[in-house]
Design a protein around this ligand. Structure first.
Ligand code: TYD
Length: 214
């Protein structure tokens, strides 16, 4: 893998517990000698973090919300993700475009084709405009929204998404399922409704299966 970038994204509804695994995997890859960039969406650059604060806390219509997610993504790709992949680093991204399809498309009911058009506009590769930048692998931490809601209860003050009812997260989950069905080779579904240690085993197994971890 030396010299070749690796792009991994981590997805799931709020309360799926992915963030601890993203951090643990970053440490594991570093210990194996890889240069790792650990980042997140929306966010990952000073500008995109400002957009994140707006998108998570201000009310807005669904198109504005979708445009902000893709605006943040554009900056993130240009400033952080593409340069890191060009260096040969492993980029671990806590959420990426599938979250826009799941939350804005599935959860908010925003038009899927419009999101696809924005995806093409924002993620095309400069050297090969017909190709899109996508993660090499997406780990989807999946669990029933009712279970996730119990995990989230009592956690810090919820943002605009975390405060949504369970029905919203059912729709987000369906959005993830639709995205996974559209690109099954890129997705690994991780059963997040089991003890953390078992989830971690599933995460490392997914990477071993690709030859990215020994
Ligand atoms: P999250 O990644 O869960 O961060 P934290 O662990 O700090 O809460 O929060 C980001 C929220 O943004 C999450 O509720 C999903 C939402 N989101 C979208 O609605 N669309 C997107 O495109 C992305 C990347 C995130």
């Amino acid at each position: 893998m030396a010299g070749q970038g690796l792009f991994l994204s981590f997805e799931g509804i709020d309360g799926a517990g992915k963030s601890t695994h993203v951090e643990a995997l970053a440490e594991r890859l570093k210990a194996a000698g890889r240069a790792v960039v650990l980042t997140r969406e929306p966010g990952g650059t000073p500008l995109a973090e400002k957009i994140r604060a707006l998108a998570l806390h201000e009310s807005m219509d669904p198109l504005t919300e979708a445009l902000l997610m893709f605006a943040a993504r554009r900056d993130h790709l240009q400033q952080v993700i593409e340069p890191a992949l060009a260096r040969g680093d492993a980029v671990l991204c806590d959420r990426f475009t599938d979250a826009t399809f799941a939350y804005q498309g599935g959860g908010r009911g925003f038009d899927w084709q419009t999101l696809s058009a924005l995806e093409r506009m924002v993620q095309h590769l400069p050297a090969a405009p017909s190709q899109l930048r996508q993660p090499d692998l997406t780990l989807w931490f999946d669990l029933p929204p009712a279970t996730a809601a119990i995990r989230l209860a009592g956690a810090r003050l919820p943002d605009r998404f975390e405060s949504q009812p369970t029905a919203f997260f059912e729709a987000v989950r369906a959005g993830y399922a639709r995205r996974a069905a559209e690109d099954p080779a890129r997705f690994v579904r991780i059963n997040a409704d089991q003890p953390r240690e078992n989830v971690w085993q599933a995460v490392t197994q997914a990477l071993r299966g690709k030859g990215w971890l020994s």
